[in-house]
Design a protein around this ligand. Structure first.
Ligand code: FAD
Ligand code: NAD
Length: 457
């Protein structure tokens, strides 16, 4: 069968692109080998943030006496109910997407795994489909490091199927996935140990943020073991046994469950890309230009598989870039985007643009405006004073280079800074704005009153 375009994957870019093409009268095929909606909807953002919400309720209930609320009796965490709530949210989302794709007469939904035959042809379950333009939105999957062949382990997918709370959850990886699941299961009642080979948690962040998060986690009773090299696992007497540091000074940790949260790899290895002119980098990510076009001029790559972002908002922005190149007057580009994200731990860490380490590496002369959360009235009133806010400004241009916020509600008010960066204005615009009292955001103008040279930050 021949189409105007073929899209592979129904993650965060594919369905919106299919809908837009269909609206413009194109006949589109969209192929999906798994559940509609991809990672975010089924085993990523949606389920984890539903669990994070339950975990926060448990934490608040258990710690509310500090605010004068005495909860009588035991607080029981019911993982079956938590899971059922999550399953319902996912089902609604998947069904909504399925209806949107199936009801559109210009969209042909094909279920099965797509493999490239050549630049213009794919095969799915023995049938071939051709198009002049093909869009790859295949996402990624958990990376399983060597050393775990002899042990039963969980990934972000299988851990969301548990109905009983693990007694002792060992997690390999102190990145987003490890931290979000670690804190959530600790709050559900598990003993939690997080192992990472690096020397700090969330290694892309400045060390002071890694340290602050470690302190928050340890205060909640989570064991954090950094510099844990050469980790392997084995099943022992109905438990998992994890060995750390090989021969040197080997440590063995026994737990009931093991979660591997050690990064992700793109779903490009078995896509038949060797039959096309599409080129990959050494880690298997598809190489793209500023318009997300691959080395094969008629094939584009969107979302996690191009290695240019690893978030739902970056995958969706990839749709916006490709869509604007096809149908809109104002053409968007990858280079227009500022990096931004949040780790949905509690309190959340939110980030945009450069941090102090990036600025130092780039040799930029910069100023830093900072404020500890314990000096913010609203945080004190809420009893949530952990963390700090930092904003970096380029000395010469007076433009904001980036910000890292760790604090209650940071995932929302980081957008004050994100929008300012997109507006391309000097930092004095936010400095002179009047924000509402009492909010954490009101301190953003205040901190910018007196930014200091970065060395003094
Ligand atoms: C536990 C976890 C939590 C996360 N939380 C957040 C968060 O809070 N915020 C955030 O921004 N991001 C989060 N992410 C990241 C986010 O989920 C991804 O960045 C996003 O889903 C990427 O979307 P995508 O469109 O690139 O691919 P995906 O959503 O992975 O979709 C790709 C689709 O392609 C299909 N596919 C693959 N190969 C083929 C093939 N050969 N043929 C047919 N179909 C194929 C797959 O089955 C899948 O459905 C999280 C990720 C994880 C794992
Ligand atoms: N809030 C969010 O937006 C969110 C939440 C979850 C996941 N995600 C996405 O999922 C992606 C993957 O998350 P992740 O946490 O798996 O990856 P990550 O790259 O953020 O962290 C992986 C960690 O595992 C460690 N590690 C890797 N191999 C190891 C080994 N053999 N021994 C010891 N430590 C090892 C690394 O040092 C690193 O700290 C992220 O890049 C992110 O884009 C986003």
């Amino acid at each position: 069968m021949k189409f105007d375009a073929i899209i592979i994957g129904t993650g965060q870019a594919g369905p919106s692109l299919a809908a837009s093409m269909a609206k413009h009268g194109w006949k589109v095929a969209i192929v999906e080998k798994g559940n509609l909606g991809g990672t975010c909807v089924n085993v990523g953002c949606t389920p984890t943030k539903a669990y994070v919400a339950s975990a926060r309720r448990a934490f608040i209930a258990k710690s509310s006496d500090k605010l004068g609320i005495e909860v009588q009796g035991n607080i029981r965490v019911n993982l079956k109910t938590i899971k059922n709530r999550k399953d319902k949210i996912i089902e609604d989302s998947r069904n909504g997407l399925g209806k949107m794709l199936e009801d559109n007469e210009n969209i042909h939904l094909i279920r099965g795994k797509a493999v490239f035959i050549d630049n213009n042809t794919i095969s799915v379950e023995g049938k071939t489909y051709t198009a002049n333009k093909i869009y790859i939105n295949v996402g990624g999957k958990p990376r399983i490091p060597d050393g775990f062949k002899d042990v039963e382990y969980l990934t972000n997918e299988s851990i969301l199927e548990l109905e009983e709370i693990p007694e002792h959850l060992i997690i390999v990886g102190g990145g987003y996935i490890g931290l979000e699941f670690g804190q959530m299961f600790r709050r559900f009642g598990s003993k939690v140990t997080i192992l990472d080979r690096g020397n700090q948690l969330l290694k892309k962040e400045d060390p002071e943020f890694g340290k602050a998060i470690q302190e928050i986690f340890e205060n909640e009773g989570i064991e954090v073991r950094l510099n844990s090299e050469c980790i392997t696992g084995a099943n022992k007497d109905g438990k998992v046994e994890v060995s750390v540091n090989c021969e040197e000074s080997e440590i063995k940790i026994r737990g009931s469950h093991l979660l591997l949260a050690s990064g992700r790899v793109p779903n490009t290895a078995d896509l038949g890309l060797e039959n096309t002119e599409v080129k990959l980098n050494e880690r298997g990510y598809i190489l793209v230009n500023d318009r997300l076009q691959t080395s094969a001029g008629n094939i584009w790559a969107l979302g996690d598989c191009n290695g240019e972002g690893a978030f739902t908002h970056t995958a969706y922005n990839d749709f916006q870039i490709v869509n604007s190149q096809l149908f809109e007057e104002k053409k968007r580009k990858l280079s227009d985007r500022f990096t931004c994200y949040a780790a949905f731990i509690d309190p959340p860490l939110a980030r945009v643009g450069m941090n102090a380490s990036d600025i130092e590496r780039a040799g930029i002369k910069a100023l830093v405006a900072s404020r500890p959360m314990k000096k913010i009235a609203r945080a004190k009133e809420m009893g949530e004073t952990q963390g700090m806010l930092k904003i970096y400004v380029e000395e010469e241009t007076k433009k904001i280079l980036g910000a890292t916020f760790l604090g209650t509600g940071a995932d929302e008010y980081i957008h004050t800074v994100i929008d300012q960066m997109y507006a391309g204005q000097e930092f004095t615009v936010i400095r002179d704005a009047v924000h509402i009292h009492p909010t954490v955001s009101e301190l953003i103008p205040t901190m910018l009153e007196n930014p200091k040279p970065i060395q003094a930050g």
